[in-house]
Design a protein around this ligand. Structure first.
Ligand SMILES: [Zn+2]
Length: 164
């Protein structure tokens, strides 16, 4: 039997069959956050705006602005732009681990594109009474040229792909 744990802590579950699914969803939908004021930012045609729509950062400090060589020509304190920084893991919608005793399989899915889909990685055992390869493990992974891919893959080298 499988038990679920996250970061070493057991997760209590309440399910009828032995199939278990654990899903991690990304609660953060901002792709950028301001390094100076910490606000979530959205990319606008004329710069990065905070949630109130302002392009001006309340925590702007010309001495910390990497874009500025000469502080004399920089905007004043609290009058410059936000400093966007990519939010780690913001490229992922979420990830799921699904153990399925009925199929004798474990599937890991990671969604980075259309949130209705995901890359799926499955390992399963061929039933002992199968005509060929009975009892062997087989692995299915996404691959370049796959019909209806979650995101198009390009081979960087064997087993490593550029996504999109
Ligand atoms: Zn800011």
């Amino acid at each position: 039997m499988f038990v679920l744990s996250a970061n070493g802590e057991m997760i209590s579950t309440d399910y009828d069959d032995d199939s278990s699914v654990i899903t991690f969803e990304n609660a953060e939908d901002a792709e950028y956050r301001c390094e100076a004021c910490g606000e979530s930012l959205s990319e606008e045609p004329d710069g990065y705006a905070d949630e109130s729509g302002s392009l001006v950062c309340d925590a702007y400090d010309p001495y910390e602005d990497p874009e500025i060589d000469d502080v004399e020509s920089a905007p004043d304190f609290r009058e410059g732009p936000h400093r966007p920084q990519r939010v780690p893991l913001s490229w992922a919608n979420g990830a799921t681990i699904h153990t399925d005793p009925g199929e004798d399989s474990i599937t890991v899915t990671i969604s980075v594109g259309d949130p209705r889909g995901a890359f799926a990685f499955t390992l399963r055992r061929i039933p002992d009474d199968a005509p060929n390869n009975g009892g062997r493990l087989i692995m299915h992974t996404p691959y370049p040229g796959e019909p209806m891919p979650h995101v198009e893959l390009t081979t960087a080298h064997t087993g490593t792909y550029w996504v999109g």
